[in-house]
Write a protein of this length. Structure first.
Length: 118
């Protein structure tokens, strides 16, 4: 149980990191419309009436209209993904998923998994 709790806490922190990517940096709001922009040294996020644009300093940008897909990975097996199908987080072994139907799936990476809800 302690192993499961430790893995769940790591996954929770990883998920929060992914969700917080868009919130980092300096924000400003233009009062002439309902657009908002936020930027850091590496990532810029701009929100207007009907879309979200995310761009990095290398010039790569993604315009998110109806679909939101945010991914974060440290390259060592720890990752979090938020998209239209739900939220997924893994630390390379255990994983937690919040599915589109509202159910939660937890897998410890050793063959034990549970589904909560729906």
């Amino acid at each position: 149980m302690e192993f499961f709790y430790e893995k769940t806490m790591k996954l929770s922190l990883l998920t929060l990191m992914a969700l917080g990517l868009a919130a980092c940096g300096n924000s400003k709001t233009d009062s002439s419309d309902t657009s908002t922009s936020s930027s850091s040294d590496t990532v810029s996020v701009s929100v207007s009436d009907d879309s979200v644009e995310v761009s990095d300093k290398a010039g790569t940008s993604v315009n998110l209209d109806d679909t939101v897909d945010v991914e974060a990975s440290d390259g060592e097996g720890n990752s979090a993904d938020v998209n239209s199908e739900g939220i997924n987080a893994t630390d390379g072994t255990a994983s937690v998923s919040v599915n589109e139907d509202g159910s939660i799936s937890v897998n410890d990476g050793n063959g034990t998994s549970i589904n909560i809800g729906q």
